[in-house]
Design a protein around this ligand. Sequence first.
Ligand code: F6P
Length: 319
Amino acid sequence: MRIGVLTSGGDAPGMNACLKSVVDMASNLGYEVYAFRRGYRGVISKDYLVLNRDKVRDIFNLGGSTIMTGRSAEFYEASGVAMAAQNLRELGIDMLVTIGGNGTYRGAYELSTHGIKIVAIPATIDNDVYSTDRSIGFDTSVNNAVDMISNIQATMRANERIAFIETMGRYGGDIALYSAIASESDIVLVPEDKKTEDEVLALIKNQLDRGNHAPIVILAEKQFDIRELSARAERELGHESRTVILGYMQRGGGPTLNDRLLAIRYGARAVQLIRDGVYNVALGVDDDMLFTTPIDKAIKFESHFRKDLYDLFKALHSV
Ligand code: F6P
């Protein structure tokens, strides 16, 4: 048995631990592992490494992806998928394990329609793969964000400034919401509950009126131009304001314990599924138990935004 593996989309801390787990379990079962570099681009260009236990010994605690990742425009053309499927067949690859987020899932699904057997593992800091409660990398990114927000909070309080702190998350609000709760920030703005600039200023004014002279606003990216919003807050509320975009710092560093465990469990289970003849599925976790969803269903799941946590935040912060 020869299996392929790749990491695709934005990198996520824990991808390397997951790759190691795939290779370790495959080695134990006597399978060969071909790791494609730069995601689906490596499948299209037949750029791969043959991995074994020795080659992945030291990677489990590294951030990023040692086999590199990427988003391939070519792969999303019908001809690109067909070529990738043909290359996999020519290389004698029986099954492909994909490690990545939504785009990676769509790619895996497309390959499955060309007869390639796949197992998809959710890995993205955004936690917006909706067929699972948790994707690899989310826990680390929230921990990183909370550390940074706490540092910013101290200096904002010392100077009595409003802080607009932008998190990643693409079109989902999970990183913003979880890090706002865990850092005891004052306002959270998520795409799942869109607000106007006027509404945001009213929320901040409310904080100022209640005697909070350093309101911390956590915003998920892609909703506002935070520099403009901050300038407007200064102008209209007469209170000094600063902006911070947390950016790639959230994706940096080695995985947390939770991400390591999740990554190791997903990777090992993917290979066990292959051994058991289960394919064209996406792995997920619910209540700390792993489960599978057919890939054609997994790509259609709607947002699993935690309204209960959002409501809790609002109840605690009276916003
Ligand atoms: O999907 C992960 C993610 O980090 C998003 O949160 C962010 O919008 C995007 O990737 C950034 O992508 P890139 O690395 O291409 O700048």
